[in-house]
Design a binder for this molecule. Structure first.
Ligand code: ADP
Length: 378
């Protein structure tokens, strides 16, 4: 067999230059899993030298520190079968550098010159990132507990303020002068608004933090019926006609889903136009799973606000329209916990259609609140 030595040498130089340039630890192994070379980042991260590394079996390195069962499984079984693996997390306590969380990526290439397989193993050290993520998660959870406790504990004193300002208003009406009556009325109104806000917030926490165990097959026709029952008074008052196409069963949390229906239909009634509200619920199957829509003939939404309204406390209306700006944030959180997404299609004065998806084989997400994401990916 003829081997072009120059070409082989050029290939090796290029490979070595690439390996050296890459910032993450990288090791080249031959077909026997012996180290051909490693880069500077590898030696620095794992405090090793090229003399004690090159030519040795990877599992023997650094007093057998790399003899990690998961790495053996990856190199001995998974790699030969797939010729590549990506982002395998390995957590290992190294005698020299302590506990490391690593993401391993490997690719097996056939070296035509050596007529044997060569393995490129990239080791991303994610220890610091993982630690920062864990800390962020813990801080988030703490903040959430704090917000929940605060909301919960403020309820009783606020109720007292509502009761006593209302009593004050009743007992003293006309006795303290017109201006004082007005001041008392403002106080009652303010206290009632705080009370409504706390109630909505509490409902938000209690709905969105329900556990994964509550996911089951849910018949959305039942959810719709339950929603109509809950909204009975406002529907009757507004003369709304709320109809639905036959709806599917989905894997969901029934309480959460009812809240989504209730908020969307409730909003369609609240943000009505001149005509009596007409609201239509529908569902169709698409590639993502089930696509639900709630269409109304209300005042509509200027498309420039279409994303904003899903943010916490984001409202397009002043205090004259009751509401805390929490309903759509709750819908977004719930839909995302079901693995779906939610958005609105509307024009001012043209009614609004809220749409959301529930994937068919969804993995319920049990994550704590993250930063507000894009709600209109289409
Ligand atoms: P709230 O109704 O308490 O203000 P939401 O989070 O439910 O809070 O809604 C946010 C904002 O989105 C509302 O203040 C309203 O301006 C707008 N909105 C929601 N639903 C509709 C709808 N069906 N038609 C028109 N505007 C709507």
């Amino acid at each position: 067999m003829l081997i072009d030595i120059d070409a082989a040498k050029r290939g090796l130089d290029l490979a070595e230059a690439i390996v050296e340039t890459v910032r993450e630890p990288l090791v080249i192994l031959n077909h026997n899993l012996k180290v051909v070379s490693a880069n500077k980042a590898f030696y620095e991260t794992f405090q090793a030298t090229s003399q004690e590394t090159e030519g040795r079996l990877i599992y023997d390195l650094g007093e057998r520190q790399w003899d990690i069962p998961k790495l053996r499984e990856l190199l001995d079984n998974i790699l030969p079968a797939n010729s590549t693996f990506r982002d395998f997390e390995v957590v290992h306590e190294f005698a020299s550098v302590g506990r490391k969380v690593m993401l391993l990526n490997a690719r097996e290439v056939f070296d035509a010159n050596a007529q044997a397989r060569t393995i490129l193993l990239a080791i991303e050290d994610t220890t610091d990132r993982k630690r920062a993520e864990d800390m962020l998660k813990a801080t988030n959870a703490e903040l959430q507990n704090f917000a929940y406790a605060l909301t919960h504990d403020l309820q009783e004193p606020v109720r007292m303020v509502v009761n006593f300002t209302q009593l004050l208003a009743r007992e003293n009406e006309g006795k303290l002068g017109e201006q004082s009556d007005k001041f008392i009325a403002y106080s009652v109104e303010g206290a009632l608004r705080i009370e409504a806000l706390l109630k909505a917030l509490l409902n938000y926490w209690e709905t969105t933090e329900r556990g994964q165990g509550s996911f089951a097959a849910v018949d959305c026709n039942d959810v719709f019926a339950k929603t109509l029952e809950n909204l009975q008074a406002v529907i009757a008052q507004s003369g709304a006609v709320v109809t639905s196409e036959p709806l599917p069963s989905v894997l969901a949390d029934q309480v959460m889903l009812t809240q989504v229906f209730q908020n969307l239909i409730g909003n369609s009634i609240k943000y009505r136009g001149e005509q009596p509200p007409r609201i239509r619920i529908a569902a169709e199957r698409n590639l993502e799973g089930w696509l639900f829509s709630v269409r109304d003939n209300g005042i509509g939404i200027d498309p420039q606000h279409a994303e904003r309204i899903f943010g916490m406390f984001k409202r397009l209306h002043g205090p004259d329209t009751p509401g805390a700006g929490i309903g759509l944030a709750l819908c977004k959180k719930v839909v995302e916990r079901h693995g779906g997404r939610i958005w609105v299609e509307s024009e001012t004065g043209q009614g609004a259609t809220f749409k959301f998806t529930i994937p068919v084989r969804n993995v319920p997400k049990n994550r704590i609140a993250g930063p507000a994401g894009d709600t209109r990916r289409r």
